[in-house]
Design a protein around this ligand. Structure first.
Ligand code: SER
Length: 895
């Protein structure tokens, strides 16, 4: 039975039982505790908690889920997918244990011809919570499962909650026995590989506190009513009904494995559960997860969701490479997932171009990384070997990881290919140090206090009323003061606290716009507002410094936003929208916003795009933005429904969670329309000149434009103008003639430098005789090894080396010269060996190979002449000194 059919049957079964079918929510929901939606019940949480009333008391859904905690397990066990589809039926205070058990049993065991899955009832094993006699009785008496096939288990297995304070309850799980060839007898308690969990029925009745009943702690309360939450793993059921070994071989993923075989040349399943097989499964699993994440708006990045996506994509690329792929493979994998998943998720089609661009962009960047990282790896490995070592240091592995994104196991793999081990402990230490630094950094950052429970009652009872769209000044009451994570009554002079007001004109940082600055003035004191952040999406926390007197809970304060700050912030935010619109105009729809930040007078805008922008493209983006300023468009804000906003063509940042009512900011009708909660100018001309400062790369496939607006733009342009003016007057030309004049000067400078070098070389050539005279004799071979004057380039080194060699005529001789280039920090070096010495078994190529690592470089060439370049000036003397021992050992080896 195909996966799509399993989905259909599930939904039909429950719709027939009076359930309302609810479409899957996005993988990204606004819940600070969740990186991704990881269970079918997540979108229904407010109904369980009684916070909202559902329109129907029975619901069913197939929810997209992502769990990435056990990413390393993927492919190793038979049942872990990072993306999976959880089929669920839910009762909000409607039916309970008896009905849910019956519903599940019927669907699993009803004959296929009657809409069921036709599973053999004798293979099904339910488990119940240790003390749940009621559920055990229903399984035995109502359903007829023999008592010995009903197992009781503790909280760890048979209690379910979201891992955080909130709804929870004991559960009853249903396992399918795959047969003795998969493991030992004894039911799920004995073997969860043979007995595979397919369905979890949660009797959602409790509120768990800080500690989970999973670990034996008592729930802290009861939900207002008894509910049902179930989750059936579509992939696992497919695995059983399709008679395949594991979830990676089902109809939705097997085609990816086939494509992977094709592009890598390796064969899946040659040796059961081999490392190769695991790599194939990683490719299949991660390709699908990556596609579904990108579909829901995630882009690769260095933290949070973006990092998970990046990690998945890189694991795919690496696995393919280790299986033998040499070039790009991502598009083929994504394309295969597209065809298997589109029947259930038709929205993939309209988003395909974007999905493809993001995934392929990351691949292109990572392959480049692999290339540069591989070079670095090889140098490091050569250095280790040159000194006779066998272990690559933890520092080198860390640099590979940190700056080249090399996963440690890739480094270990490559090291073992090169006959080396890796100092894993050293690497772990460096990683731990880095994590500690990052943690300290994030602690030092503004952000809301980590333990959000102190804000909870405000979030529940006193959402802050925002007045900032209409005014910058308002009277407000202090509802709460938080100092160091604790509620306090007063904040004395000199203290830094968070102030919670009933209403505020202060914009809290969001949607890329920085928070307003200003003051709070109370009856007894004055405070400067340093930052404003939202907690629970509802309450604004004003971080303030009390600069005089004191603030106290209950005070009425005058909240005043700094006008100049607000004015410039509006300019920057509207400027961001103008640049976004202009950018799409110039680059087309594949350039998708990946984030933005604007503060008074300055903005930066990140977007996905595979290549560097040309200066012409940048100029056009700037021109179009400034034309929009000049046109003086009216800026309108419209409150509407999300669907309507999309129908209007408003651009939305994927991955953001928008409520049912959204705000559309429109600048000049179709010119720019975006969903946005930020604060904008009233007319586009108020943005002032938009000056693009430049464009750069911020991680793979993502580019960044930075720009000034308003007075900052003016000041910047005036500054540039002054620089040009002063240069022009010093060079005695007009500003317009500066480029031409500059080109002349630089040409003359180059010519002069060339002449200087010629003189230098001539002087050096004159000294060649001295070097030849200083040759030492090693076993009959004359050896010259010298550091010559700084700044002699490779070509000139070759000239003097040839000259010296010629002076030895038919003698046996080895000549080595090295120089340091103080400007670039490079160390060119060269070796020349006379024919007679080559006949003795000496080789210039071997000489440069031996000394290269000592100056942090490498080189190569022929036996008679070889050269190279390094980057460590401090190693030159050691490199020069190493020539003689090398010759000695080469001669003794040749004997
Ligand atoms: N919420 C439960 C689970 O995730 C049942 O859907 O297992």
């Amino acid at each position: 039975m195909q996966t799509h059919e399993i989905r259909e049957r599930f939904l039909n079964h429950f719709v027939k039982q009076g359930h309302t079918e609810v479409p899957s929510a996005s993988l990204i929901l606004d819940d600070p505790n969740l990186l991704f939606v990881n269970a079918g019940m997540v979108p229904f949480k407010p109904y369980f908690l009684g916070e909202q009333t559902p329109s129907s008391s029975r619901a069913t859904s197939i929810q997209k889920c992502v769990r990435t905690l056990d990413i390393e397990e993927v492919g190793i066990t038979t049942r872990h997918n990072t993306f999976f589809q959880m089929a669920g039926n839910f009762s909000f205070g409607d039916y309970f244990k008896r009905e849910v058990i019956r519903f599940a049993w019927d669907l699993l065991t009803n004959p296929v011809a009657e809409g069921g899955f036709g599973m053999d009832p004798d293979r099904l094993w339910p488990t119940v919570y240790r003390t749940d006699d009621e559920a055990a009785r229903i399984w035995h008496e109502d359903i007829g499962v023999p008592e010995e096939r009903i197992q009781r288990r503790g909280g760890e297995d048979n209690y379910w909650d979201m891992g955080v304070p909130g709804p929870g309850g004991p559960c009853s799980e249903i396992f399918y026995d795959r047969g003795p060839e998969y493991g030992v007898d004894g039911g799920p308690a004995a073997d969860e590989n043979r007995f595979i969990e397919i369905w979890n029925l949660v009797f959602m009745q409790d509120i768990r506190g800080d500690k989970s009943p999973k670990e034996g702690f008592e729930p802290v309360g009861e939900l207002p009513q008894k509910n049902i939450d179930t989750g059936m793993g579509i992939e696992r059921v497919a695995c059983i009904l399709q008679g395949v070994e594991n979830v990676y071989e089902t109809d939705l993923l097997a085609p990816v494995i086939q494509v992977a075989e094709h592009v890598t040349g390796s064969v899946y399943g040659r040796v059961e559960n081999s490392v190769e097989d695991v790599r194939f499964r990683v490719i299949a699993d991660h390709s699908r997860t990556a596609l579904m994440l990108i579909l829901d708006g995630v882009t690769p990045g260095n933290e949070g969701r973006g990092y998970i996506l990046r990690r998945l994509l890189r694991r795919i690329i690496r696995s393919a490479r280790l299986l033998g792929a040499t070039g790009a493979t991502m598009e083929k994998f994504m394309d295969t997932v597209r065809s298997t998943m589109t029947p259930s998720y038709p929205e993939i089609t309209e988003n395909w171009e974007r999905i493809r661009a993001v995934a392929v962009g990351e691949e292109t960047a990572f392959l480049k990384t692999l290339e540069s990282g591989t070079r670095l790896f090889e140098d490091a490995a050569a250095k280790v070997k040159a000194t006779g070592g066998t272990e690559l240091g933890g520092d080198a592995a860390f640099v590979l990881h940190d700056t080249h994104g090399f996963p440690i196991d890739l480094t270990i793999e490559m090291a073992s290919e090169a006959g080396l081990t890796v100092d894993k402990d050293g690497f772990d230490t460096r990683m731990a140090e880095q994590r500690a630094r990052a943690k300290a950094d994030s602690r030092a950052k503004k952000q809301v206090h980590a333990d959000v429970s102190v804000y909870r009652s405000f979030v529940d009872n006193h959402p802050t009323v925002f007045l900032g769209y209409d005014t910058t000044d308002a009277e407000a009451h202090i509802l709460g003061l938080v100092s160091g994570g604790q509620l306090v009554d007063r904040a004395p002079e000199g203290s830094e606290v968070e102030v919670i007001l009933d209403r505020t004109p202060f914009y809290a940082e969001s949607g890329g716009q920085m928070a307003d600055r200003g003051t709070l003035t109370g009856p007894g004191g004055l405070a400067q507002v340093l930052d404003v952040q939202k907690t629970g999406r509802k309450v604004s926390l004003h971080r303030v410094n009390v600069t005089g007197g004191e603030l106290a809970v209950g005070d009425t304060v005058a909240a005043h936003v700094d006008h100049a700050w607000r004015h410039a912030a509006r300019q920057a935010h509207s400027g961001t929208h103008l640049i976004h619109a202009a950018l799409r105009d110039v680059l087309g729809p594949t350039a998708v916003q990946a984030g933005s930040m604007n503060k008074p007078g300055y903005l930066r805008f990140d977007f996905t795009y595979g290549t560097q922008l040309t200066s012409d493209q940048l100029r056009r983006i700037q021109d179009i933005s400034n034309e929009a300023v000049d046109t003086d468009y009216t800026v309108n804000t419209i409150e509407t429904s999300l669907d309507e906003a999309k129908a209007m063509g408003a651009m939305a940042l994927f991955g953001e969670n928008y409520g049912s009512r959204v705000r559309v900011v429109e600048i000049g009708g179709p010119f720019s329309m975006e969903l946005c909660g930020g604060i904008h100018v009233d007319h586009s001309s108020q943005v002032g000149p938009v000056t693009i400062l430049g464009e750069s790369s911020v991680g793979s496939g993502t580019r960044r434009i930075e720009a000034y607006t308003g007075m900052d733009s003016m000041r910047y342009l005036a500054g540039q103008n002054a620089v040009a003016g002063s240069l022009a007057s010093r060079l005695k030309v007009t500003s317009e003639d500066l480029p031409e004049r500059f080109a002349q000067i630089s040409e003359r400078l180059q010519a002069a430098e060339k002449r200087i070098n010629q003189f230098r070389t001539a002087e050096l050539t004159a000294r060649v005789g001295d070097y030849v005279m200083q040759a030492v004799t090693v076993d009959g071979v004359r050896v010259v090894a010298a550091r010559v004057a700084d700044g002699i380039a490779g070509g000139d080194l070759r000239t003097i080396a040839n000259d010296a060699k010629a002076r030895f005529g038919s003698d046996e001789a080895v000549v080595v010269f090295a120089s340091a280039d103080p400007e670039s920090g490079k160390v060119p070096f060269i070796a020349a060996v006379t024919d007679a010495a080559v006949a003795r078994g000496l080789s210039a190529g071997e000489v440069v190979k031996a000394i290269g690592p000592l100056v942090g470089g490498r080189g190569g060439g022929k036996p008679s002449m070889a050269q190279g370049s390094g980057s460590d000036v401090s190693g030159i003397d050691a490199a020069v000194a190493a020539v003689r021992p090398h010759v000695e050992s080469a001669l003794s080896g040749a004997r």
